[in-house]
Design a protein around this ligand. Structure first.
Ligand code: F3S
Length: 69
């Protein structure tokens, strides 16, 4: 069985580059300042695991954590 993943954006590190939202709009929402937050509690729905890792690796501020549960 595949591991369950969660994503988390560190609000202190996020500078609003929005690549996460462009690459994985299902997992990241942007607020009115353009900063990202994980959608819901950050749980990655089945099939979107690759997008979670892609977003993490494309954030210039290294603000995204992918947690394996
Ligand atoms: Fe912020 Fe990185 Fe996304 S800086 S908006 S978490 S790409």
């Amino acid at each position: 069985m595949a591991e369950r993943l969660k994503v988390h954006v560190d609000p202190d590190k996020c500078q609003g580059h929005a690549r996460c939202n462009a690459l994985a709009p299902e997992l990241f929402e942007l607020d009115e300042y353009g900063n990202a937050h994980e959608t819901g509690d950050g749980t990655v729905p089945p099939g979107l695991e690759d997008k979670a890792w892609l977003a993490k690796s494309n954030c210039p501020e290294i603000a995204i954590d992918v947690i394996e549960e």
